[in-house]
Design a protein around this ligand. Structure first.
Ligand SMILES: [Zn+2]
Length: 229
């Protein structure tokens, strides 16, 4: 198990870096490509929401590059300035993806509901994990056996969260591609290809995050087994 763990952690590291590079390069390239409908990300999001009959979601502009997200607790579709204001292929793809999450929420899509339910546990373990790692393995304030068990527990929770995140993200991108085509916002050919490249690169980062959590979970589980031997 130890060897598999190290292998997964290494794979995840390479995959994660490659995915981040792909996201940045695809976003930069297709931010320069104007969509023929000339709609900004904000207009794309609003038009899709209208067509889906969703009236209670606000489209808001936020700071930060690639910080786009849908906030289900406030029903806010937060688009970064670059996406919000730009009539590009990249902006249309990202705006449609985030609107996909709003549609999942409105339609009570089960994986999104499951993901929302485990968010508090994930937030707790994300805060606990650095304390366990630093206090246990660096300062040795927590007994070794307990630190290993706590770390395995944290990574177990994170792995479940990352796993539930995968169908949520894949489904939002799938919805985005279909809707953009059906509504004629993005034209077949280069525009549709650009949307695919931007969204597929983003999906890869979630796969890398899952593989990384799984690798660390197996690593701490194997440490626990060794100590028990
Ligand atoms: Zn998403």
């Amino acid at each position: 198990m130890f060897t598999i763990a190290i292998f997964l952690i290494a794979i995840a590291l390479v995959l994660g870096l490659w995915a981040q590079y792909r996201v940045k390069s695809a976003f930069t390239e297709y931010s320069e490509v104007r969509i023929s409908t000339n709609m900004t990300g904000a207009e794309v999001a609003q038009q899709i929401l209208n067509a889906a009959g969703i009236r209670d979601v606000e489209v808001a502009e936020i700071d930060g590059i690639l910080g786009d997200h849908y906030d289900p607790s406030n029903k806010r579709l937060c688009l970064s300035s670059e996406v919000y204001n730009t009539p590009s292929v990249a902006a249309a793809g990202i705006a449609a993806h985030e609107t996909g999450h709003a549609i999942q929420h409105a339609r009570a899509y089960a994986p999104l509901q499951a993901r929302m339910a485990v968010v508090p546990i994930t937030q707790f373990t994300s805060q606990l994990l650095p304390i366990v790692l630093f206090g246990g393995f660096f300062l040795h304030l927590i007994p070794g056996q307990l630190a290993v068990q706590l770390a395995a527990l944290c990574y177990g929770a994170l792995t479940v969260f990352q796993l539930i995140t995968l169908p949520v993200e894949f489904d939002a991108s799938k919805r985005a591609k279909v809707i953009l085509g059906q509504m004629g916002i993005v034209q077949p050919g280069e525009e549709a290809l650009g949307v695919d490249r931007v969204l597929n690169a983003a999906a890869l980062t979630y796969v890398a995050a899952f593989v990384s959590s799984l690798g660390w979970l197996l690593y701490f589980l194997s440490l626990g087994n060794r100590r028990n031997d």
